[in-house]
Design a protein around this ligand. Structure first.
Ligand SMILES: O=P(O)(O)OP(=O)(O)OP(=O)(O)OC[C@H]1O[C@@H](n2cnc3c(O)ncnc32)[C@H](O)[C@@H]1O
Ligand SMILES: [Mg+2]
Length: 174
């Protein structure tokens, strides 16, 4: 089974490899650096979902693989509070797209202010932690949950939802 991954980000890639390997055999993985065709920093849940769908479809066009994954992180505001939100999509070999969203968690106001000023969460988190490339390891979620949930674990849940929906559709011949 050929599995295409629409990112080079290590945290997202690990999530896809970890979960897909649990449910399928004879796997070949390949990463594709495809565009999301949305803002570098999505600012609504809708835009974040669209980024995941675009990545899945762009990966499908590039690979023709059996399963084509797109994962996207973004932020959105509810009643003045800024949340990080996360979406995933998988495009099947025939172009059908399945979507699922994942965890949302509150970002501290000092992070929210910088996002409103137009900065991206990735560099904001590197400044905040004085570390490099946090988005490829713990992620903002890892930092703001004291390491209880890292970015890979958060995306693993989304990938599990996507594969579960795919298996349901296959079994029920939908
Ligand atoms: O290489 P890609 O796949 O693009 O991975 P990415 O880390 O840039 O992730 P996204 O494009 O999906 O996320 C959109 C923006 O939000 C940032 N971001 C999202 N979730 C984050 C997290 O948990 N930690 C740090 N930055 C995050 C990210 O750096 C981007 O600026
Ligand atoms: Mg990105």
């Amino acid at each position: 089974m050929f599995i295409a991954i629409g990112t080079k980000n290590k945290a997202k890639t690990a999530a896809i490899q970890n979960i897909v390997s649990k449910y399928f055999d004879n796997l070949e993985f390949e990463q594709f650096a495809v565009p999301s065709n949305v803002s570098e920093q999505p600012f609504t849940s809708d835009e974040t979902r669209q980024g995941a769908v675009n990545r899945a479809l762009n990966t499908w066009h590039a690979s023709g693989a059996d399963l084509n994954f797109g994962l996207e992180g973004g932020v959105h505001e509810i009643e003045g509070h800024m949340y990080c939100c996360n979406w995933g999509a998988v495009a099947l070999k025939d172009g059908t797209v399945i979507t699922a969203s994942g965890a949302q968690f509150l970002l501290p106001e000092e992070i929210a202010e910088q996002l409103r000023a137009g900065k991206e969460l990735g560099p904001i988190m590197d400044d905040y932690t004085k570390q490099q490339d946090i988005r490829s390891s713990l992620g903002a979620v890892g930092i703001f949950t004291a390491g209880l949930v890292d970015r890979t674990e958060m995306f693993e849940h989304i990938v599990k939802l996507l594969i579960g929906q795919y298996l349901f559709l296959s079994k029920n011949d939908k």
